[in-house]
Design a protein around this ligand. Structure first.
Ligand SMILES: Cc1cc2nc3c(=O)[nH]c(=O)nc-3n(C[C@H](O)[C@H](O)[C@H](O)COP(=O)(O)OP(=O)(O)OC[C@H]3O[C@@H](n4cnc5c(N)ncnc54)[C@H](O)[C@@H]3O)c2cc1C
Length: 334
């Protein structure tokens, strides 16, 4: 029997998910989705270059997805074979296992980079870089995103994380987010439904993919908005180690700073193989050149145990630990 992928927009060629295909789930997905417009599939694609840490192995299958129809087709095929699926933004807050990731890793592009201004509102595709959205809004005299312009992030990644800086979080400016579910269906949620807290959202407990988001901004002098971005970025980069990092490793515990606690345990600058706790900022891990994910995780576990032993505080990871790294992290609770 021939089955068709349920998509809201027509795909150029019907996707047949039938017939015998040799190989594993990635081979079947490649076979079913050949010819689908807006989809580029690469087997055994290295993932390290797609992250700011530059660490990790390859994706069994990397999918670059340019349209909603292609994303729906991909998700339906993934559900059909039942393989793991991981969406990636700019890779600025993730650690990928040295062995890589099984199944499909998807990166949004194309239509997901669309940007539309509508009065004081901006609708931004999930694959857009947040700093670029903030800058374009500032140039139009729209204020609200300036404090969020100083770190690498896609719009989708920032919504998923409720990213924030200098007292402003995504939830403060978000009107709504458009989501695609694993069955290819769409839904739109308001900012309240995001249930956003300090680096947490309801999206972290589900499988929804952010496809775009709208933000409420307010009119302001363009030059003043751009100057504010410049000023905050200078401040930001002066306080952060440069090089291959993924920003903050741990969430700050209530009323304290993870960096201060780790430093007090004497771990600032501690190295393991190619990874180190930054000598500049103890809550940032750095890849000295050839770090392995396991080495980064070892340092995280060591820091968490030391802080727990000395202060009785259990640090929570801000860094997203993928695959087996997440399992090891959960098992290592002090
Ligand atoms: C130098 C540096 C400074 C940083 N400073 C800050 C800071 O000040 N404040 C802050 O909050 N963060 C900061 N970070 C962390 C990081 O930039 C943010 O968490 C960012 O929002 C992650 O976005 P991303 O697109 O890179 O997501 P990724 O790192 O690629 O992914 C992170 C998570 O988001 C999910 N995700 C990505 N896109 C989507 C989507 N479209 N739909 C659903 N889920 C998705 C991924 O599956 C993953 O689980 C910093 C990082 C660096 C390297």
């Amino acid at each position: 029997m021939e089955r068709r992928v349920a998509v809201k927009e027509p795909v150029k060629r019907p996707v047949k998910m039938a017939g015998q295909v040799k190989g594993g789930s990635a081979a079947r997905i490649r076979h079913w989705l050949r010819g689908v417009a807006g989809l580029k599939l690469t087997s055994r694609a290295p993932l390290a270059p797609l992250t700011t840490f530059r660490i990790g192995g390859a994706a069994e299958l990397l999918a670059e997805v340019g349209t909603e129809a292609a994303l729906a087709a991909l998700l339906t095929a993934v559900a059909e074979v039942g393989c793991p699926f991981q969406i990636l933004g700019l890779g600025s807050n993730i650690l990928i296992p040295d062995r890589g990731l099984p199944g499909v890793v998807a990166k949004l592009s194309g239509h997901f980079r669309r940007l539309r201004f509508d009065g004081n509102r901006v609708v931004a595709g999930a694959a857009l870089a947040l700093p670029s959205v903030a800058k374009q809004a500032a140039q139009r005299g729209l204020s609200g995103l300036e404090a969020l312009a100083g770190f690498p992030s896609t719009v989708g990644g920032a919504v998923w994380m409720n990213a924030g800086c200098y007292g402003v979080e995504i939830k403060d400016v978000l009107i709504s987010a458009w989501l695609m579910e694993r069955d290819g269906s769409h839904r739109r949620i308001g900012a309240g439904e995001l249930e956003a807290g300090y680096r947490t959202t309801a999206l972290q407990h589900g499988d929804s993919i952010v496809t775009r988001a709208s933000f409420r901004l307010h009119p302001a002098d363009p030059a003043a908005c751009l100057a504010r971005i410049e000023q905050l970025n200078r401040k930001r980069w002066a306080s952060l180690p440069s090089g291959r990092t993924a920003g903050s490793t741990f969430k700050n515990p209530p009323g304290d700073f993870a960096g201060r606690l780790i430093e007090a345990c004497g771990l600032k600058g501690k190295a393991k193989g190619g990874a180190a706790i930054s000598p500049q900022h103890a809550n940032v891990l750095i890849n000295l050149g050839d770090a392995r994910a396991e080495e980064v995780l070892d340092l995280m576990i060591e820091a968490r145990h030391a802080v727990h032993q000395r202060f009785g505080i259990t640090l929570e990871a801000e860094l997203v630990l993928l695959g087996e790294l997440g399992r090891r992290w959960r098992e290592s609770v002090p």
